[in-house]
Design a protein around this ligand. Structure first.
Ligand code: C2E
Ligand code: MG
Ligand code: MG
Ligand code: MG
Length: 292
């Protein structure tokens, strides 16, 4: 099934490709070459304040442009990359690429407030040396750690270990924030936020879908937003597609939303322009970086 994304539609990626052995093998081989052949790029989806439309940050989303099959969704190739042990390399590429882009934007717009979040797979996260790599990339691109947030999924906690808690703590000691992605889809979502020091919760799209029509779903989302206020967690609603959902979320008190209703994942250039346009009025009132 084709899926919409920034900069065009994904090509039809036949699900049977994934299942039959020959198709899998081809995908694995192509994926290995993709890294060397520079076939990846990042799209950037704004996270906005629903009341003002102001962009709070961007989420970097990986894109693979296959030479013959066209765009393939990360939902299709990331599991394969995990299987063949390529995900660490890919996630490292994402980290460097995202930080290079962020530092470019921060210099170009003379605005250090621009923030970015990056997805991390559990395999890359659990790798020893992950935090050292992160610190190194921050230094290399002169990124303030406060500008960065790492998104992890609840899959990380499937095999709980003291190392995971220690890695999260070490990342936060660096000054980088940690977000729990797809919140509510795991086995024991509430216990995770009780056990691990998290800064941000991203409420999964499956809850947002039902918010306008399902009283029960709305009550759950409202509860998560209240919990965020009480525990001092940032709450982001994912996959917001309609004005009705936006209104409902504002009514509930959610202060950050992400979804096609406001913006799809954008090319780096479009994202930069969008950021520039929405902050231009403030920059004009409070000029920064004069002479640049
Ligand atoms: P995610 O991190 O939960 O990202 C949100 C996904 O929902 C993205 O799909 C985004 O394009 C899509 N989306 C955003 N707003 C809407 C909306 O209003 N409606 C709908 N239907 N979808 C929306 P995408 O880019 O295909 O990524 C899928 C997943 O692949 C991500 O889910 C994330 O888990 C993973 N992923 C993406 N980039 C990376 C990466 O650089 N590294 C790793 N490890 N995983 C990544
Ligand atoms: Mg994410
Ligand atoms: Mg998500
Ligand atoms: Mg996801």
């Amino acid at each position: 099934e084709a899926k919409r994304a920034g900069g065009g539609d994904y090509a039809i990626f036949d699900a049977s490709m994934r299942e039959d052995a020959v198709g899998r093998l081809m995908l694995q081989t192509d994926l290995r070459q993709a890294v060397e052949r520079d076939e990846f790029h990042l799209a950037y989806q704004p996270i906005v304040n629903p009341a003002t439309g102001a962009i709070r940050s961007f989420e970097a989303l990986l894109r693979w442009n296959h030479p013959t099959r066209g765009a393939i969704s990360p939902a299709d190739f990331i599991p394969v990359a995990e299987e063949i042990g390529l995900i660490r390399q890919i996630d490292r590429w994402v980290m460097r690429e995202a930080c290079a882009q962020l530092s470019g934007w921060q210099r170009r717009f003379a605005n250090p407030d621009l923030k970015l979040s990056i997805n991390t797979s559990s395999a890359a996260f659990a790798e020893c040396g992950f935090v050292a790599t992160l610190a190194e990339v921050l230094r290399e691109f002169a990124i303030r750690p406060q500008s960065l947030e790492l998104e992890i999924t609840e899959g990380i906690f499937l095999h709980p270990s003291p190392e995971i808690a220690e890695t999260i703590a070490a990342i936060r000691r660096l000054g980088v924030r940690v977000a729990l992605d797809d919140f509510g889809t795991g086995y024991s979502s509430l216990s995770y936020i009780n056990r691990y020091p998290i800064d941000t919760i991203k409420i999964d799209k499956s809850f947002i879908d039902g918010i306008g029509t399902n009283r029960q779903t709305r009550a759950i989302v409202e509860l998560i937003v209240r919990l965020g206020d009480t525990l001092d967690l940032n709450i982001i609603a994912e996959g917001v597609e309609t004005q009705e959902q936006t209104d409902m979320l504002m009514h509930i008190g959610c202060r950050a939303i992400q979804g096609y209703h406001f913006a799809e994942p954008l090319s780096a250039r479009d994202a930069g322009e969008r950021w520039h346009a929405t902050t231009a009025s403030e920059v004009n009132r409070f000029p920064r970086g004069e002479g640049r």
